[in-house]
Design a binder for this molecule. Sequence first.
Ligand code: ADP
Ligand code: MG
Length: 750
Amino acid sequence: MPAPPAPAAPPEKPQPPARPTGKPAAESAPQRALRKLGLVSDTDLALHLPLRHVDETRLQPINSLREGETGQVQGVVREARVEARGRRQLVVRLADDSGELTLRLLHFYPSQLKALAPGRLLRVRGELRGGFFGREMVHPEIRVVEADTPLPRTLTPVYPTTAQLPQAYLRKAVAGALARAPLHEILPPALLPPGLPTLREAVLLLHHPPPGTPLAALEQRSHPAWTRLKFEELLAQQLSQAMARAQRARQQAPVLKAPGSAGEGPLTQALRAALPFALTGAQQRVVAEIAADLQRPQPMHRLLQGDVGSGKTVVAALAAAQAIDAGWQCALMAPTEILAEQHFRKLVAWLQPLGLEVAWLTGSRKGKARREALERVADGRAPLVVGTHAVIQDDVAFARLGLAIVDEQHRFGVAQRLALRRKLEGAALAQPVSGGSVRAPGAEPGGDGPAPGRPKPGQPPWGVAEPEAGTGGSIHLEPHLLMMSATPIPRTLAMSHFADLDLSTLDELPPGRTPVATRLFADERRAQVVARVRDEIAAGRQAYWVCPLVQESEHIDLQNATETHAMLAAALPGVAVGLLHGQMPAAEKADTMARFAGGALRLLVATTVIEVGVDVPQASLMVIEHAERFGLAQLHQLRGRVGRGATASICVLLYTAPLSMEGKARLQAMVETQDGFEIARRDLDIRGPGEFLGARQSGDALLRFADLLQDEPLLRRARDAAAQLLRQHPAVAQAQVQRWLAGRAEFLKA
Ligand code: ADP
Ligand code: MG
C-alpha cells in the first residue's frame, strides 16, 4: 500500500507561516480540504473528534474469525494472482498458523501484485465472509509489515472527513496537532464537576482510547472525557452570554417614563380605557415587567413568549404607548410585509383613534407616500413606525427611537437578528419627541399645543444630562428591545442560547377559548372532508381551507389554491367561497378578509397569508392541505385561527402518503397536543436545536459537543460556574471564551 503523504504541520494561525525562501507553500488537496472543514489551528484539529474507533490492538487467529465478524489478522501470502472471472480482480491467499483466508481486491493497482507477492507478511483488517469460494475478505485494509512491527497500543480513531481528505492523512494531522495544541488547564479545579479527567487527558482519550475503554460510553458521549469537553463548551457559552449581559448593563437607554407624572402617561391611559376587554392576569404581570424595564436607564432586552392567541398584541401596544408618552419613537417589526401588516393592524386600530400618527413602511406604501413616511420618521413627527425589519434596517433614520418591538422573533435567522441589533446599536438618540402629533385624549382635534405633561422642546424627560452642543462628547443611548414569539423557546435553549434575554411568558389564554380537536386524513378521504365542510357551513359556521403555495410549480406537486378554490366552489353549490393569497392586491385581500369576517363568505380558501393576525371567532373548521409540508410551528399557528369562539372547533390535517419520519412526527405532535410549549419541545426534538434556532443560516453549529436535550444538569452546573468564574477570575473567564468560541461568540448573542 502506498504510504500516505506526510501532513504538513498545520499552522496555528490561518495564514501559512513565512517560509525561509519567502515563497508561500502551495496548498495541497488534503490541506485545502482541511481548511474547508475549518481545521486550521492545532486546537481545531485536536477538537475534531472521532466518529468511532476500531480496535487494531489485537491480532486474531484466522480460524477464530466467524462469518460476518470484523477482525484483524496477520499472515503470510501464499499466492497472489489476477483472476479474470467476470471482471479482473486481485486474489491473495493468506495463511497463519491457524488457517487460510482469501483476500479479494476488485480495484487494484498493477503495483499491488508485486507488493503482495508470496512470502510477504500482511496485517489485514476486514469483515469475514463465507462465499462460494470459501472464507474471504473483500477489500480489507492491508498493510505490509515486518514480524516485529508493533501493534498500536490504543484504539484507532475514525474521523469525520471528506473525499479529498484521506483518513490516514487526517489521522496524522490530528496526531501532530494533539502533541502541539495548547490544552493546558486554565480552570480552577474547584469549579469542575468532580471526577473528571483534565482537558488534555480527556481530549487524548477521546482520540486514542486505551483498549478496554467502554466504546458504548464513547459513542453515547457519556464517558467522563466527554463530560469534561461538554462542560468546557457549555461554560464558555454561559460566560459569553453573561459577558454580553454585563456589557448591556453598561449601556444607557432612554428612561421611558411619562414626564411630570408618577403613573402612566395620557396615551397609555387612553389606550387602557379604549380596550374592549380586561387584561388577563398573565397580561397584567407581563405588562408590569415590561413597564418596569422601560423605566430603567439600561436597554431592555426582553423576549415575550406566549402561545398563539395569548394576546401579545395588546402588551406590545401598551409598551409602545409608554414609549410614545415619554416622547420617544417606537418601531414595530415583523419578518415579512404581510406579517407586519397583519400583526400590527389591530394595534394600530387601537392607537390611531387616539390621535397617533403611524408611518406604515409596508408593501402597499410606495413612491411618494413612502418617502413622506420616511421623512416623518426622520424628523420625529411619526411616533410609531410599522414595517419589516429589513425595511427599517435599510431605509429608515429615526429621530429618536426609544423602543423596537420585533414580532415573530423566532422567524429571524441568527444573522438577521445580529444585523438588527447592530442597526439598533447605531441608532444613537439625543432628544425626545416634543409636542407633535400625539393629542391628549379629549383634546380638541386640531388643538396642536403640547399635551399636558408632555415634554417641552429642549427639555429632556429622561434622567441623564443632555450632551452639550459642540463639546464633541455625546451620550450614546440604545433603544429598548422587545421581542415577541409564539413559538416558546424550550427551557434548555432559553438557558443556553438566549441567556442574554430576559423572558416574559404569557401562560394564560384570554377567556372564552375552546379546545380544537385535530384529525388526520389521508388525501384519498378528501371527499369526506368536503362533506364535513358542507355540514359545518349548513350549521351556520365558517371554515378555512389552507393550501401551501399559490402558483403551480413545475417541480413541486402542490395543490394550487386557485384550483382548490374552483374544486370546492363546484363541490359546494350555493356556498360563498372566497380566495385569499399573497399575490392579490392589498385592497382585494382586505376586502376578501372583511367579507369573511362579516360572514358574507362562508368558506375561505387561503394560502398561509392567514397564518397570523386573522381573527374570525365564528370560524370553527380549519382544513390544512399537504399538512406534511408545513413546519410544526406553522401548523400550530394555523390551527390557532380556530377555537376562538364558543363552538367546539376542528382542525383537519390532510396529508399525502408516504410520510417521512419527520413528517409523521410533526403530524403526530399536532394530534397529541395543543400546548405551544409542548409543540416547541417536540419541534426541538424533531429538528434539533440548530434548525430550531435558524442557526443553519450562520453556517455554524452553536454547540459541538453538548446536547441540550441530554445535558441539562451539566448546563445548570456550567451556568453556576460561569457566575463564579466571572466574579473571582475574570481573566480566566475571558481566556475560556476565547479558547472555545473565538469568532463564534457573536452568534451566541443574536
Ligand atoms: P397573539 O398572542 O397570538 O398575538 P393576539 O394579540 O392576536 O394574540 O390576541 C388574540 C385575540 O385575543 C385577539 O382577538 C385579541 O383582541 C384578543 N384578546 C387579547 N387579550 C384579550 C383579553 N384579555 N381578553 C379577551 N380577548 C383578548
Ligand atoms: Mg400576534
